[in-house]
Design a protein around this ligand. Structure first.
Ligand code: EPS
Length: 390
């Protein structure tokens, strides 16, 4: 499978085209809207989320509730667009209009794509950079991930993205017997965190950051259960699935780190403390006694739950001004106040879940075929039986 997203933060809409989804997969707009609504929630979001009511419109690749195998086109309207029709219009502006409506941006914000993007694409108006580099794009990523999740769910592969840390508040390790159970708990938390006490502390940390005109980041975790052994491959660097997941997670706006299983902690431990011992049970087949490696060995899934962590830096748009330099006057200035989220970590957990879902679904189709759901199911069931008897 492959996908492209397009669209600006204050343009008319975000669009995604997904190619390679098998035919006969049940899919409705509601399947996608559910995830879009989850991404919009979360303590610490700014005023923009009160304007947007993200809903998808599918215009190709689905007929009467099922995919056809053709490219699927997804559209999500930006409600805020009505306030930006002139500034973000497609038609050229007259000189007069330019002065009046363009609201040229010449002051790069530290930590954003503004300055590097302007130098690279030679834009004297940095709106041409920030409109596309905005995290609004993650709406499209979540819509695409929702389609991937629908495919995975047909094989009982379930995912949950939730929050482990916000600022300096750390959640206790959650206890759960199924990903569904964990999701039920985390979805009822305003910060998408399983630990009730930590949730309250996280909310206070967000309030505090907001009062100080600051922002805070955090760490999210994505767990996927019932992932079969053998997705990805050891044979070539660009087929290693943990590597693909890492790329996808790091490409989410403001993500600065990714770990699989123990991640960086493993580097500080002895080999005997890190690796998961292998066991065998009639009927179940091979399994690991622990899951410190987060479901991956040799770039392939090993049949244990996939566990991915992503670290999000604090959002760089601050009410507390940081020093920068105007690109026209070359005069220093301290950044002006812009509408912003003080914390988007709860939403980022949903985006990270979508990113991991996409990579798993793509690897799943690589392994089990990609034309029709029936063929894939047959192939998958044979393989699972074989693996159990191995
Ligand atoms: C964003 C800035 C804010 C956020 C936006 C990402 O938007 P605005 O510039 O309209 O105030 O609300 O996030 C979303 C719109 C979203 O859907 O998550 C940025 O600069 O990255």
């Amino acid at each position: 499978m492959r996908f492209l997203t397009a669209g600006e933060s204050h343009g008319p809409e975000l669009t995604a085209i997904i190619e390679g989804v098998p035919s006969q997969l049940p899919l409705t707009e509601e399947d996608i809207n559910e995830h879009l609504a989850r991404r919009q929630k979360g303590y610490g979001r700014g005023r923009r989320m009160q304007i947007e009511k993200d809903k998808v419109r599918i215009t190709s690749g689905v007929r009467h509730g099922k995919t056809t195998g053709a490219p699927i086109t997804l559209h999500i309207e930006n409600k805020d667009w009505t306030h930006w029709t002139k500034i973000m219009g497609v038609e050229p502006l007259s000189e007069e209009e330019e002065q009046e409506v363009k609201r040229k941006i010449t002051r790069p914000r530290p930590g954003h794509a503004d300055l590097n993007g302007a130098i690279k694409y030679r834009h004297r108006d940095m709106r041409n950079v920030l409109e596309r580099s905005s995290a609004r794009e993650t709406t499209a990523r979540v819509a695409v991930g929702a389609v991937a999740q629908k495919l995975l769910k047909a094989f009982n592969i379930n995912l949950c993205g939730h929050v482990l840390e916000i600022g300096d508040v750390v959640s206790a390790q959650p206890h759960f017997t199924s990903v569904g159970g964990l999701k039920e708990v985390t979805e009822s938390s305003e910060v998408r965190c399983a630990d009730k006490d930590a949730s309250e502390k996280m909310k206070r940390a967000i309030d505090e950051a907001k009062e100080n005109g600051d922002s805070i980041g955090g760490i999210v975790e994505v767990i996927a259960e019932n992932v079969p052994v053998g997705l990805g491959s050891f044979v070539h660097y660009d087929r290693k699935l943990d590597g693909k997941i890492a790329q996808s997670v790091l490409s989410i706006n403001a993500f600065k780190g990714v770990e699989i299983g123990l991640g960086f902690e493993a580097a500080r431990m002895k080999g005997s403390q890190v690796h998961d011992e292998i066991a065998y049970e009639e009927g179940r087949g091979f399994y690991r006694k622990s899951n410190r490696l987060g479901g991956f060995e040799g770039g392939m899934t090993n049949g244990m739950p996939v566990v991915v962590h992503g670290a999000m830096k604090p959002i760089p748009t601050l009410y507390k001004p940081l020093q920068s330099v105007d690109i026209d006057t070359k005069e220093p200035f301290t950044a002006s106040i812009e509408r912003s989220d003080s914390c988007a970590v709860p939403a980022a957990a949903v985006v990270c879940e979508a990113a991991v879902a996409w990579e798993l679904a793509d690897a799943f189709l690589d392994k089990f075929g990609s034309d029709t759901m029936d063929d894939i199911k047959k192939h998958y069931e044979d393989y699972v039986q074989e693996a159990r008897r191995f």
